[in-house]
Design a protein around this ligand. Structure first.
Ligand SMILES: [Zn+2]
Length: 387
């Protein structure tokens, strides 16, 4: 019998949002319906996302982030002091508006559709960030559940905007103290509610490492004033380790991809994980959830020095393409990785979510399911070979 503990199949987080859900989300954001009314609609979308993942043979499920506007902006519903702000609105506060607009155009970013949570007052927890999501999902599946949360660096950097935040938090470091405290509390809450995996999303680190001057940024409005990349990366490691300090009992990962807002591979960031790995292995988490299917990710030999230091959530399918990778293709890719990681250190996942930002689905459910079925079939082959 194959050992399902080997090569668990999981997802990075988001599923495409159906049109009825996006309609309800718009009503919610216009203040026409309550969060509860919105969630009643979202329940259906979550059930569909869970069902599709079960059909596709996924072992560790998410709720598809169907209750979220995007993977970090959703905190506005849970924290007071945060204001959901369209990237296009932030332009009014940008120091160099023309340049900011130019960057958004070059990156194919829909500035009117992507929203950031901006701290405009002292942030305080009104309700836990993801307990509602976890509790609902647990009621409707017997499989293990992963909850994704914005990492402390991402949440700090994305929420601090000069001209809006500095009256309350003079520097990002001041905001970070509250962010770390909130995320630590959230870890305990989710642990007590029986979560199986917590994934911290830190995709903006790739903008620090791979972003050229002109390729900064919309997820972190404050980064144009950024310090030296190594200082930013050390800041990110410090915040993660302050968040995780003394916390145990739930497996954790950090997810970093090079962007998933457009299907145009040419506008997304490019480069292997070489510049990031020395910092990532210093983070007190169990697993690195990495994008490795897209050719933009480079060669796997970058892991040579770091093999087995952490588990790896290995990106084996590209969420942005229609072509479905074959199980055999995936198996050979994993066998390449087995040069650097033991079988029991490897999870299989897509490079990123299938619907990172609401109103910008990256793929259809049909393609997503077929890709995950391929991953599951590959996992079966690998389990029978390496158990
Ligand atoms: Zn991602």
């Amino acid at each position: 019998m194959s050992n399902r503990n080997l090569f668990p199949v999981t997802v990075v987080g988001s599923w495409a949002r159906p049109s009825y859900l996006i309609k309800a989300l718009r009503s919610r954001q216009a203040g026409e319906i309550s969060f509860k009314d919105f969630n009643d609609v979202a329940d259906k979308a979550v059930l569909e996302a869970l069902d599709l993942q079960e059909q596709a043979g996924v072992d560790l499920l998410t709720d598809g982030e169907q209750r979220r506007d995007n993977f970090y902006s959703f905190v506005v519903e849970k924290l007071s002091g945060m204001k959901l702000t369209k990237v296009s609105e932030l332009m009014d506060y940008a120091k160099d508006r023309a340049r900011f607009e130019e960057v958004l155009r070059a990156l194919d970013v829909p500035a009117f559709a992507i929203k950031s949570p901006i701290a405009i007052d002292k942030i305080q927890v009104q309700e836990p960030l993801a307990l509602d999501e976890l509790s609902f999902a647990k009621k409707h599946t017997n499989r293990d559940i992963k909850v994704t949360l914005p990492g402390p660096y991402m949440l700090t950097r994305a929420s601090w905007f000069e001209g809006l935040t500095d009256k309350v938090y003079p520097e990002p470091e001041d905001l970070a103290k509250d962010v770390v405290k909130i995320l630590r509390d959230e870890f305990e809450i989710l642990k007590n509610a029986g979560v199986d995996f917590i994934q911290w999303d830190e995709p903006t680190l790739s903008q620090v490492a791979f972003g050229e001057e002109t390729k900064e940024t919309f997820m972190c409005a404050a980064l144009p004033n950024r310090r030296d990349p190594s200082e930013e990366l050390e800041f990110a490691v410090r915040l993660m380790n302050e968040t995780m300090s003394g916390l145990t009992g739930v497996k954790t990962g950090v997810h970093i991809c090079r962007g998933n807002w457009s299907r145009r591979e040419d506008v997304l960031l490019e480069g292997n994980y070489g510049p990031l790995l020395p910092y990532l292995v210093e983070m007190n988490v169990d697993q690195l959830v990495l994008e490795c299917a897209t050719p933009r990710a480079g060669d796997l030999d970058v892991f040579k020095e770091y093999g087995n230091e952490k588990e790896i959530g290995f990106g084996v399918v590209n969420p942005r393409t229609d072509e479905v990778e074959s199980p055999q293709q995936i198996v050979s890719r994993v066998e390449e990785l087995l040069k650097y990681f033991d079988p029991d250190k490897i999870y299989l996942n897509p490079d990123c979510g299938f619907g990172t930002f609401a109103e910008r689905n990256i793929n259809t459910n049909e393609v997503a399911v077929n890709k995950l079925k391929s991953v599951s079939a590959a996992a079966d082959i690998l389990r029978s070979k390496y158990s």
